[in-house]
Design a protein around this ligand. Structure first.
Ligand code: FES
Length: 141
């Protein structure tokens, strides 16, 4: 049986004795997402629009706090952003086709809408404002 794991972020917040209780194990780095699918890296906080395929979803590392954002692009400049972090306990998600998978406790999200497909997460991925400026996509802060 696979043991549940704590995200590294959550494990750092718990006293050492609590992390060892209940058979919880700290997640290895590859368990925190992006173990097999590297997110697109944004240089200077932006990615070229041409690197974000139309009618598809792309994980992007924008840097800074909570860097991972799922970009969902229709055609042209029709583009939306969603948090790349699980709404259950905040683990970074990894993309597997049209789904985002949480390596910590198994939640899955629709990579085109942010909706929960499988719990324990119960809340959709929050939207992250993004903007197209010329031929670049950046977070709208
Ligand atoms: S953090 Fe628990 S399912 Fe994602």
């Amino acid at each position: 049986m696979e043991r549940p794991c704590l995200s590294r972020r959550l494990a750092l917040l718990l006293p050492a004795s609590a992390a060892g209780l209940g058979g919880l194990a700290a997640c290895a780095p590859e368990d925190e997402g992006f173990g097999t699918a590297e997110p697109l890296r944004a240089d200077d906080g932006a990615v070229p629009l041409e690197d974000v395929p139309e009618n598809a979803s792309t994980l992007v590392n924008f840097g800074g706090d909570q860097p991972f954002v799922l970009l969902v692009r229709g055609t042209g400049e029709d583009i939306a952003g969603y948090s790349g972090y699980c709404t259950h306990n905040g683990c970074a998600l990894s993309q597997a086709g049209t789904e985002l998978d949480c390596p910590c406790h198994g939640s899955r999200f629709d990579a085109t809408t942010g909706e929960v497909l499988v719990g324990p997460a119960t809340r959709h991925l929050p939207e992250v404002p993004v903007v197209v400026e010329g031929d670049l996509v950046r977070r709208d802060v």
